[in-house]
Design a protein around this ligand. Structure first.
Ligand SMILES: [Fe+2]
Ligand SMILES: [Fe+2]
Length: 182
């Protein structure tokens, strides 16, 4: 694998792994504050980020070794409104800056597995940003958000509210979805 794409996969692996853990903590915090649905949304999206991290890790499987990994990451536990704001900014950074650049590099280096892994991730992050924005609007109005069952594609991390059909991102059947129900 070409060095630049390998470095980008490591960075994305680091970012997705941390996002997943951060969302679990922020989800518990939301539940503590009485926002059960926001907590459930954080848990569902944590699962999607975990799928992204796993896919990136598998794609760089042929590149062993130890590396320092730099990746964009928020730290700290704030109020749920603040945590949601940080989550939105993180997702938008991935959608608008990080993944387009990583994908373009992987494409120019003809690293097709990495291109797919970056595509899977970036497809989900725009949805995440919108869902977190809805959550933040509700919380800032003093209410929990309305949220149906959230379904996460185990293969690619596609995140869908309501009943899923075949995954539009990766083509996986509905049996591959994990449900986060209220
Ligand atoms: Fe995301
Ligand atoms: Fe999928």
């Amino acid at each position: 694998m070409r060095d630049m794409t390998a470095a980008n996969l490591r960075s994305a692996f680091g970012g997705e792994s941390m996002a997943s853990q951060r969302y679990k903590v922020w989800g518990a915090k939301a539940e503590e504050e009485g926002f059960q649905n926001v907590g459930r949304l954080f848990r569902a999206i944590a699962h999607a980020e975990q799928a992204h991290a796993r896919n990136h890790f598998i794609e760089m499987g042929g590149v062993p070794g130890e590396f320092l990994v730099a990746s964009m990451a928020g730290f700290g536990i704030g109020s749920t409104s603040q945590n949601l704001q940080a989550a939105i900014e993180g997702e938008l950074f991935e959608v608008n800056e990080m993944y387009p650049a990583y994908r373009e590099t992987a494409q120019s280096q003809d690293e097709r597995g990495a291109v797919r892994s970056f595509f899977y991730a970036t497809s989900a992050e725009a949805t995440h940003a919108r869902m977190f924005q809805r959550a933040k609007d509700a919380v800032d109005g003093g209410q929990d958000m309305d949220l149906q069952a959230v379904h996460v594609c185990e293969v690619c991390g596609y995140t869908h509210e309501g009943d899923p059909e075949v995954c539009p991102t990766c083509g996986a059947a509905t049996e591959r979805f994990i449900a986060f129900e209220g």
